[in-house]
Design a protein around this ligand. Structure first.
Ligand code: HEC
Ligand code: HEC
Length: 343
């Protein structure tokens, strides 16, 4: 969205070029007609953050309330909280750095102009472009009011809409990093097997959804139910005053050695990407069948393999899991952690 001015300029230029070419080539190819001013106006409805493009008019949240409730609340909720899985329009302040941020007009959107444009262009979902400009002003004001950005009686107009700044605007900025260019390799290229997972390892590609029990669309329900059962037990205990034990499986976990304890955070940061899920043939931590033969080799062999890397029967373990910045000791501790939790 921060590129709006550029896109806008490019669109105008494109439209001018197309119009010019149509006019010049109309005769040459014998089809088409130049777009009329009305036709262009029908498409040219975008609104810039500085308000350019707004239709003359105004409206307020008091008038918008009933319209919102009739046309929008069925999906977006009476308070903008979102019905079911329909988008949430209000709230969510301070959640942007959470694992599951709630992105709303108030918590996330950069410009008020986008809200007006979006509603006018595409809402209500079943009947886009069916609202009058008056309705769009009223309902835009109402959504801003739900987000506690303007007062109920504020008269929102083409004159002042651009002066209403949204809280997250400053976090939108032009990314001035140079574009990355990857020349195509034609000779002596790297072995693709060794390049695998580089992006996952450096944390560029999210891999949470590979991990069992992670909050992902598929395979997440069991974990969710466990979490809810735990919460329910805690709620009951609060009432009865009983102690609740978190259920971590059948057997009580054996105490970990000091090295293993020190290795847990290394494991989480550098090894779990593969060993947490069994990605790329990595033996999954906690899966004793996958570890019994490895543990039988003795710690020294496993540590050596983890430090230097090796290709075994199930896949390729990169040296230090690809994290050459880690000390030998850190990796060794992680091996202890993995082995001790996988017996
Ligand atoms: C039938 C359900 C439905 C109704 C009714 C509806 N919307 Fe929506 N709305 C949606 C859906 C679905 C999306 C997401 C569209 C997409 O992402 O392509 C959405 C997206 C939005 C968004 C953007 C949300 C975001 O953060 O991306 C706004 C703002 C919005 N609607 C406002 C309205 C307003 C105002 C009305 C009433 C005039 C309205 N909607 C009526 C279903 C609905
Ligand atoms: C890119 C994925 C990946 C990452 C990251 C990774 N491993 Fe591995 N690891 C593997 C694979 C695959 C194997 C199994 C290789 C085989 O036996 O075929 C393996 C095997 C191992 C083994 C068993 C060694 C043996 O002798 O059988 C240990 C120990 C180990 N990894 C430790 C680590 C540690 C410690 C880290 C983090 C510092 C780590 N791994 C990070 C993929 C990975």
């Amino acid at each position: 969205m921060f590129k709006l001015p550029n896109v806008f300029a490019a669109t105008l230029l494109g439209a001018a070029l197309v119009a010019g070419t149509a006019q010049a080539d109309g005769h040459k190819y014998g089809f088409g007609a130049p777009a009329s001013a009305e036709e262009i106006a029908g498409w040219d409805i975008d609104i810039r953050p500085d308000g350019l493009g707004l239709p003359v008019g105004s409206g307020n949240a008091m008038d918008g309330e009933a319209e919102y409730e009739a046309l929008c609340a069925a999906c977006h909720g009476v308070f903008g909280e979102g019905e079911g899985r329909w988008p949430v329009l209000a709230g969510g302040e301070g959640t942007l750095t959470d694992e599951r941020p709630i992105k709303t007009v108030g918590s996330y959107w950069p410009y008020t102009s986008t809200l007006f444009d979006y509603i006018r262009r595409s809402m209500p979902f079943p009947a886009p472009m069916s609202l009058t400009d008056q309705q769009v002003y009223n309902i835009t004001a109402y959504v801003l009011y739900l987000n506690e950005i303007i007062e109920e009686d504020f008269e929102l107009s083409n004159e002042n809409l651009a002066t209403i700044r949204l809280p997250n605007e400053e976090n939108f900025f032009v990314d001035d990093r140079p574009d990355a260019k990857n020349p195509r390799c034609m000779a002596d290229c790297l072995n693709p097997d060794e390049m695998m997972l580089a992006a996952s390892l450096s944390g560029v590609t999210p891999i949470g959804h590979f991990v069992e029990g992670a909050d992902a669309p598929a395979g997440s329900h069991e974990a969710q139910h466990e979490l809810e059962a735990q919460k329910e037990a805690e709620r009951k205990a609060e009432i009865t005053g009983e102690e609740v034990q978190a259920d971590h499986g059948d057997a009580a976990p054996a105490a970990l050695s000091e090295a293993a304890q020190a290795g847990e955070s290394v494991y989480n940061g550098a090894c779990a990407v593969c060993h947490g899920s069994g990605l790329a043939g990595a033996p999954k931590v906690g899966d004793s069948a996958a570890w019994v033969d490895r543990i039988a080799q003795g710690n020294d062999v496993m540590i050596q393999n983890a430090l230097q890397g090796f290709a075994g029967s199930t896949g390729v373990m990169p040296p230090k899991g690809g994290r050459m910045d880690l000390s030998d000791e850190a990796v060794t501790n992680a091996v202890h952690f993995m082995a001790e939790t996988s017996r």
